[in-house]
Design a protein around this ligand. Structure first.
Ligand code: AMP
Length: 218
Protein backbone atom coordinates (compact mmCIF):
# COMPACT_ATOMS: atom_id res chain seq x y z
CA UNK A 1 0.00 0.00 0.00
CA UNK A 2 1.29 3.49 -0.88
CA UNK A 3 -0.20 6.42 0.98
CA UNK A 4 0.52 10.08 0.24
CA UNK A 5 0.08 12.41 3.18
CA UNK A 6 -0.35 16.03 2.06
CA UNK A 7 -0.63 19.22 4.08
CA UNK A 8 1.36 22.32 4.98
CA UNK A 9 4.42 22.19 7.21
CA UNK A 10 3.24 21.88 10.81
CA UNK A 11 -0.05 20.17 9.95
CA UNK A 12 1.05 17.12 11.96
CA UNK A 13 2.05 14.88 9.06
CA UNK A 14 4.99 13.37 10.96
CA UNK A 15 2.88 12.49 14.01
CA UNK A 16 0.12 10.88 11.96
CA UNK A 17 2.65 9.03 9.80
CA UNK A 18 4.20 7.37 12.85
CA UNK A 19 0.79 6.03 13.85
CA UNK A 20 -0.14 4.94 10.32
CA UNK A 21 3.09 2.98 9.76
CA UNK A 22 2.71 1.17 13.07
CA UNK A 23 -0.86 0.10 12.42
CA UNK A 24 -0.49 -0.88 8.75
CA UNK A 25 3.13 -2.04 8.90
CA UNK A 26 4.46 0.43 6.35
CA UNK A 27 7.69 2.40 5.94
CA UNK A 28 7.66 6.11 6.80
CA UNK A 29 9.38 8.08 4.05
CA UNK A 30 9.69 11.71 5.08
CA UNK A 31 11.60 13.75 2.51
CA UNK A 32 12.47 16.33 5.19
CA UNK A 33 13.84 13.65 7.57
CA UNK A 34 15.85 12.01 4.79
CA UNK A 35 17.32 15.40 3.84
CA UNK A 36 18.16 16.21 7.48
CA UNK A 37 19.94 12.86 7.79
CA UNK A 38 21.90 13.55 4.58
CA UNK A 39 22.91 16.91 6.05
CA UNK A 40 24.03 15.49 9.36
CA UNK A 41 25.99 12.80 7.48
CA UNK A 42 27.66 15.60 5.47
CA UNK A 43 26.80 13.96 2.13
CA UNK A 44 26.91 15.79 -1.23
CA UNK A 45 23.12 15.66 -1.39
CA UNK A 46 22.92 17.15 2.11
CA UNK A 47 25.28 19.97 1.14
CA UNK A 48 23.20 20.74 -1.97
CA UNK A 49 20.00 20.89 0.11
CA UNK A 50 21.37 22.98 2.99
CA UNK A 51 20.83 26.57 1.81
CA UNK A 52 17.36 25.84 0.41
CA UNK A 53 16.24 24.21 3.64
CA UNK A 54 17.61 26.94 5.90
CA UNK A 55 15.77 29.64 3.99
CA UNK A 56 12.47 27.75 3.78
CA UNK A 57 12.70 27.19 0.01
CA UNK A 58 12.17 23.91 -1.78
CA UNK A 59 15.16 21.80 -2.74
CA UNK A 60 15.29 21.41 -6.58
CA UNK A 61 12.89 18.82 -8.01
CA UNK A 62 15.52 16.60 -9.69
CA UNK A 63 17.40 16.13 -6.40
CA UNK A 64 14.27 15.24 -4.45
CA UNK A 65 12.69 13.02 -7.09
CA UNK A 66 15.67 10.68 -7.47
CA UNK A 67 16.14 10.55 -3.69
CA UNK A 68 12.50 9.65 -3.03
CA UNK A 69 12.04 7.22 -5.93
CA UNK A 70 15.05 5.21 -4.68
CA UNK A 71 13.60 5.21 -1.16
CA UNK A 72 10.17 4.08 -2.41
CA UNK A 73 11.66 1.28 -4.49
CA UNK A 74 13.62 0.09 -1.47
CA UNK A 75 10.50 -0.07 0.74
CA UNK A 76 9.08 -3.51 -0.08
CA UNK A 77 5.92 -3.69 1.96
CA UNK A 78 4.57 -0.25 1.08
CA UNK A 79 5.11 3.22 2.47
CA UNK A 80 3.65 6.50 3.63
CA UNK A 81 5.04 9.51 1.78
CA UNK A 82 5.39 12.53 4.04
CA UNK A 83 6.43 15.86 2.52
CA UNK A 84 6.63 14.44 -0.99
CA UNK A 85 5.41 15.28 -3.60
CA UNK A 86 5.53 19.02 -2.96
CA UNK A 87 5.31 20.32 -6.54
CA UNK A 88 3.28 19.19 -9.54
CA UNK A 89 6.52 18.18 -11.29
CA UNK A 90 7.27 15.86 -8.34
CA UNK A 91 3.72 14.47 -8.45
CA UNK A 92 3.90 13.77 -12.18
CA UNK A 93 7.33 12.11 -11.85
CA UNK A 94 6.11 10.04 -8.90
CA UNK A 95 3.18 8.76 -10.98
CA UNK A 96 5.58 7.83 -13.80
CA UNK A 97 8.02 6.08 -11.46
CA UNK A 98 5.22 4.08 -9.78
CA UNK A 99 3.68 3.21 -13.12
CA UNK A 100 6.97 1.77 -14.37
CA UNK A 101 7.02 -0.53 -11.32
CA UNK A 102 3.33 -1.47 -11.72
CA UNK A 103 2.53 0.30 -8.49
CA UNK A 104 0.03 3.02 -7.71
CA UNK A 105 -0.98 5.43 -4.96
CA UNK A 106 -3.68 3.75 -2.85
CA UNK A 107 -4.73 6.74 -0.77
CA UNK A 108 -4.15 10.49 -0.58
CA UNK A 109 -4.79 12.13 2.79
CA UNK A 110 -4.80 15.93 2.89
CA UNK A 111 -4.38 17.53 6.33
CA UNK A 112 -5.97 20.99 6.30
CA UNK A 113 -5.15 23.80 8.73
CA UNK A 114 -4.97 27.63 8.91
CA UNK A 115 -1.62 29.46 8.60
CA UNK A 116 -1.96 31.22 11.99
CA UNK A 117 -2.29 27.88 13.81
CA UNK A 118 0.73 26.53 11.97
CA UNK A 119 2.89 29.54 12.83
CA UNK A 120 2.25 28.99 16.53
CA UNK A 121 2.84 25.25 16.28
CA UNK A 122 6.12 25.50 14.39
CA UNK A 123 7.78 28.42 16.13
CA UNK A 124 7.07 26.76 19.51
CA UNK A 125 8.31 23.33 18.42
CA UNK A 126 11.46 21.95 20.04
CA UNK A 127 13.03 18.56 19.45
CA UNK A 128 15.65 16.26 20.89
CA UNK A 129 18.67 16.00 18.58
CA UNK A 130 19.47 12.55 20.02
CA UNK A 131 16.15 10.65 19.76
CA UNK A 132 14.01 12.96 17.61
CA UNK A 133 11.22 13.30 20.22
CA UNK A 134 9.18 16.45 19.56
CA UNK A 135 7.89 18.94 22.18
CA UNK A 136 6.12 22.31 22.20
CA UNK A 137 6.82 25.30 24.44
CA UNK A 138 3.13 25.65 25.36
CA UNK A 139 1.21 22.52 24.40
CA UNK A 140 3.66 19.65 24.87
CA UNK A 141 6.18 20.67 27.51
CA UNK A 142 8.96 18.31 28.62
CA UNK A 143 9.04 17.39 32.32
CA UNK A 144 12.21 19.43 32.79
CA UNK A 145 12.24 22.73 30.91
CA UNK A 146 14.46 22.59 27.82
CA UNK A 147 15.50 18.92 28.21
CA UNK A 148 14.32 15.66 26.65
CA UNK A 149 12.19 13.34 28.83
CA UNK A 150 13.78 10.25 27.27
CA UNK A 151 17.44 11.35 27.03
CA UNK A 152 17.59 13.18 30.37
CA UNK A 153 20.67 15.38 29.92
CA UNK A 154 20.00 16.15 26.27
CA UNK A 155 19.11 19.79 25.61
CA UNK A 156 16.21 20.40 23.22
CA UNK A 157 16.83 22.43 20.07
CA UNK A 158 14.79 24.47 17.62
CA UNK A 159 15.05 23.41 14.00
CA UNK A 160 16.65 26.31 12.07
CA UNK A 161 13.68 26.29 9.70
CA UNK A 162 11.20 26.67 12.60
CA UNK A 163 12.42 30.22 13.26
CA UNK A 164 9.57 32.73 12.68
CA UNK A 165 10.94 34.35 9.50
CA UNK A 166 11.66 30.95 7.93
CA UNK A 167 8.23 29.59 8.89
CA UNK A 168 6.65 32.51 7.00
CA UNK A 169 8.73 31.60 3.94
CA UNK A 170 7.79 27.94 4.19
CA UNK A 171 4.11 28.88 4.20
CA UNK A 172 4.53 31.20 1.23
CA UNK A 173 6.32 28.36 -0.59
CA UNK A 174 3.55 25.94 0.38
CA UNK A 175 0.79 28.17 -0.98
CA UNK A 176 2.78 29.05 -4.11
CA UNK A 177 3.80 25.50 -5.09
CA UNK A 178 2.54 22.68 -2.93
CA UNK A 179 -1.15 23.59 -2.83
CA UNK A 180 -1.16 22.92 -6.60
CA UNK A 181 -0.36 19.25 -5.93
CA UNK A 182 -3.90 18.77 -4.57
CA UNK A 183 -5.23 20.29 -7.81
CA UNK A 184 -3.07 17.93 -9.85
CA UNK A 185 -4.37 14.86 -8.04
CA UNK A 186 -7.99 16.01 -8.35
CA UNK A 187 -7.56 16.60 -12.08
CA UNK A 188 -5.94 13.18 -12.46
CA UNK A 189 -9.01 11.53 -10.93
CA UNK A 190 -7.57 10.57 -7.53
CA UNK A 191 -9.91 10.69 -4.57
CA UNK A 192 -8.52 13.00 -1.89
CA UNK A 193 -9.44 12.41 1.73
CA UNK A 194 -9.54 15.84 3.44
CA UNK A 195 -9.06 15.91 7.21
CA UNK A 196 -9.32 18.89 9.58
CA UNK A 197 -5.86 18.98 11.18
CA UNK A 198 -6.76 21.67 13.72
CA UNK A 199 -8.16 19.01 16.01
CA UNK A 200 -7.02 16.67 18.78
CA UNK A 201 -4.28 14.36 17.53
CA UNK A 202 -6.24 11.20 18.47
CA UNK A 203 -9.36 12.41 16.65
CA UNK A 204 -7.35 13.07 13.49
CA UNK A 205 -5.81 9.60 13.77
CA UNK A 206 -9.24 8.00 14.23
CA UNK A 207 -10.55 9.73 11.11
CA UNK A 208 -7.53 8.68 9.05
CA UNK A 209 -7.66 5.08 10.35
CA UNK A 210 -11.34 4.71 9.57
CA UNK A 211 -10.70 5.76 5.97
CA UNK A 212 -7.65 3.47 5.62
CA UNK A 213 -9.45 0.54 7.27
CA UNK A 214 -12.06 0.87 4.52
CA UNK A 215 -9.32 0.56 1.90
CA UNK A 216 -7.60 -2.40 3.55
CA UNK A 217 -10.95 -4.22 3.81
CA UNK A 218 -11.64 -3.84 0.05
P1 AMP B 1 9.85 19.25 6.13
O1 AMP B 1 10.50 18.66 7.33
O2 AMP B 1 9.03 18.27 5.35
O3 AMP B 1 9.08 20.52 6.43
O4 AMP B 1 11.03 19.67 5.12
C1 AMP B 1 12.05 20.55 5.50
C2 AMP B 1 12.66 21.21 4.27
O5 AMP B 1 13.23 20.20 3.42
C3 AMP B 1 11.68 21.97 3.38
O6 AMP B 1 11.44 23.29 3.84
C4 AMP B 1 12.43 21.95 2.05
O7 AMP B 1 13.50 22.87 2.03
C5 AMP B 1 13.04 20.55 2.04
N1 AMP B 1 12.11 19.56 1.44
C6 AMP B 1 11.49 18.52 2.06
N2 AMP B 1 10.73 17.83 1.21
C7 AMP B 1 10.86 18.44 0.00
C8 AMP B 1 10.30 18.21 -1.28
N3 AMP B 1 9.44 17.21 -1.52
N4 AMP B 1 10.66 19.04 -2.29
C9 AMP B 1 11.54 20.05 -2.10
N5 AMP B 1 12.08 20.34 -0.90
C10 AMP B 1 11.76 19.55 0.15
Amino acid sequence: MIIVLLGPPGAGKGTQCKRIIEKYNLTHLSSGDILRKERSDGSELGKKAQSFMDSGQLVPDDVIISMMVSAINASDGGCVLDGFPRTTVQAVELDKALDSENKKIDAIVNLQIEDAVIENRLTGRRSCPACGEVYHLETLKPKKDGFCDKCSDQELVQRPDDKPEVVKNRLVTYHAQTAAVVGYYKKSGYKIFNVNADNEIDKITAEVFSMLDGLVAV
